[in-house]
Design a protein around this ligand. Structure first.
Ligand SMILES: [Fe+2]
Length: 191
């Protein structure tokens, strides 16, 4: 990028309670019907789609100044509270298409977890809570889970060229799941 092509510095408003970015350059919603195949209990999923008129599970706002390598872009994800069977609401989860590209998450409101796994089978989890930054190192797939009773709103910041690879996890999901046991979130291996 040449100096003259560089975007001007700016401050972009984010509504911490809702995650709305009024100047967003992209926005999408995922309803429960968009997440078939991801939850442990497909019958519970279909029942909620029928009974609740296919509610929104999460949405995403992005602010992207350009597509130039070396730049970053950022946005918010809002995961609404709820469970499918015993399993808390979650995002699809992805690897970065460029596996060696990292990312950070920072919770603005609500609370949750990030599930991680690598292609060598290693798994781990990290908190996603206000006051902490969750570092997503290169090579780790990541999925976010709302374990609270209010919307989980977090800010993500990522290199523009990182890309998303959803296909690698499609059909088998991630190796770990977060379910409610005795009223508390519990991380378990997928049965
Ligand atoms: Fe990512």
């Amino acid at each position: 990028m040449k100096i003259t092509d560089s975007p001007l510095p700016s401050s972009i408003a984010i509504v911490a309670e809702t995650g709305v970015i009024p100047q967003a350059t992209a926005h999408y919603r995922k309803r429960l019907s968009d997440l078939r195949g991801l939850f442990l209990d497909p019958a519970a999923l279909e029942q909620r789609i029928r009974d609740e008129n296919d509610p929104v599970c999460y949405e995403n706002y992005a602010f992207n100044n350009g597509k130039t390598e070396g730049d970053i872009f950022f946005g918010t994800t809002i995961i609404y509270p709820g469970k499918v069977g015993l399993e808390y609401h979650l995002t699809r989860g992805h690897y970065h298409r460029k596996r060696d590209h990292a990312e950070t998450y920072q919770a603005l409101s609500g609370r949750g977890l990030v599930l991680f796994e690598r292609e060598d089978g290693t798994t781990c989890t990290a908190e996603l809570v206000p006051g902490k930054v969750t570092y997503i190192p290169p090579f780790w797939a990541h999925r976010s889970v709302n374990t609270g009773k209010v919307p989980l709103v977090f800010l993500w910041t990522c290199p523009v060229e990182a890309g998303h690879d959803y296909e690698a996890l499609r059909g088998r999901g991630m190796r770990q799941v977060v379910v409610e046991r005795d009223g508390c979130p519990c991380i378990e291996n997928r049965p």
